[in-house]
Design a binder for this molecule. Structure first.
Ligand SMILES: *Cc1c(COP(=O)(O)O)cnc(C)c1O
Length: 348
């Protein structure tokens, strides 16, 4: 039986990066956020394509992810790790020439006490209260930090995908107050902030979800397609039920396809009742019954043929459509897909 396939359209990916790069203007660098295995699409394939397209700076969540990115992109690029600096991560950071994003006073103290000339970045908390030096912590360390010339000073917006949210302007004001006049390169925006406008761009924007085809970058081209092989076809009579808890009952002679993926493949169980279809080319076929761990049942009666595979994620039904059906966000759909798919990278 062929494997379920996750196809990554590298042209769409790099096209989305270019489109975001065009939005941020020529003086602003557009970096790529590739944490969580490049949002589930595969670090190696994604980073190779982005590096070839001209991405110079890559951001990851974990030191280990950053080390993998370094191996893929070689020594020419800047590779950052958001998880900061500690005695535990120091050897891997050094061995792989990675740039830690110092985000707490301990990171700063430990880093400054052990190294003198390796590059680093500093994250400030401007209101999200998750990572970064608080304004008073930054004030206490500011002279030491600026003297050591960080490569980048950054902060992160909590509400950037809601353009009218007042916290955007509040965080912007705070970031400016903390960093104006320092003469250090600054970064404030992820995808949402990049779309908020030039005052949010500073010197470098850190785009993630928009490159991968997700909200809030509505003009993005879809990047991921998931095709799942059909394991069995069966006919059921009116009155017969399907799946766990018998939640669906046929009201007409029905042809069902059972396909070889389920919630263990990131096809979140809750999306089963959200109007999600499986696609045979142009034709939508509804999910019936509950999504199981490794199986989904699909009504193919109106298709009029027996397909060998069906698509759940494609240009017609995007990560945001699946997210809406599951009551979540596109980020979670992508990063939930997991390791069972055969990943295929296509270049056209
Ligand atoms: C994940 C992340 C990004 C990228 O965000 P997107 O919304 O995917 O563009 C940027 N900066 C930080 C600090 C992040 O954690």
């Amino acid at each position: 039986m062929p494997a379920s396939t996750l196809t990554v359209d590298l042209n769409a990916l790099t096209g989305n990066w270019r489109a975001l790069d065009a939005k941020s203007g020529t003086a602003v660098e557009t970096a790529a956020v590739v944490k969580a295995d490049a949002y589930g699409l595969g670090t190696a394939g994604v980073c190779q394509a982005l590096a070839r397209a001209g991405v110079h700076s890559f951001f990851t969540a974990l030191t280990q992810e950053a080390a993998t990115v370094r191996k893929v992109v070689g020594q020419g690029a800047d590779v950052y790790s958001f998880s900061g600096y500690s005695a535990v991560t120091a050897p891997d950071l050094k061995a792989n020439n990675l740039i830690p994003v110092l985000s707490a006073p301990e990171h700063v103290r430990d880093f400054f006490s052990t190294t003198t000339d390796t590059p680093f970045a500093v994250q400030l908390d401007t209101g999200m209260n998750r990572m970064g030096l608080e304004p008073h912590e930054f004030a206490a360390l500011k002279d030491q930090i600026t003297e050591r010339k960080p490569k980048l000073i950054l902060s992160h917006l909590a509400c950037a995908d809601e353009p009218a949210h007042p916290q955007n302007q509040q965080q912007l004001n705070c970031f400016r107050e903390l960093t104006d006049g320092l003469n250090i390169r600054r970064s404030f925006a992820a995808t949402g902030g990049t779309l908020l406008g030039p005052e949010y761009h500073f010197d470098l924007v850190r785009t993630g979800i928009g490159m991968y085809g997700g909200h809030p970058f509505e003009q993005a081209r879809p990047v991921a397609t998931v095709a799942i092989p059909v394991l069995q076809i069966r006919d059921v009579a009116p009155g017969e039920s399907v799946g766990y808890s018998a939640t669906w009952t046929a009201d007409r002679p029905t042809r069902l396809a059972t396909i070889a993926a389920g919630y263990a493949d990131g096809l979140i169980r809750a999306m089963g009742s959200g109007g999600v279809n499986l696609w045979a080319g142009e034709t939508p076929c509804p999910i019936v019954g509950r999504i199981s761990m490794d199986l989904i049942t699909v009504d193919i009666t109106d298709l009029g043929r027996n397909p060998s595979s069906l698509e759940i994620l494609n240009d017609r039904q995007t990560v945001d459509d699946l997210a809406q059906a599951a009551g979540t966000i596109g980020y979670e759909i992508l990063t939930s897909l997991g390791g069972r798919y055969k990943r295929v990278y296509k270049d056209s």
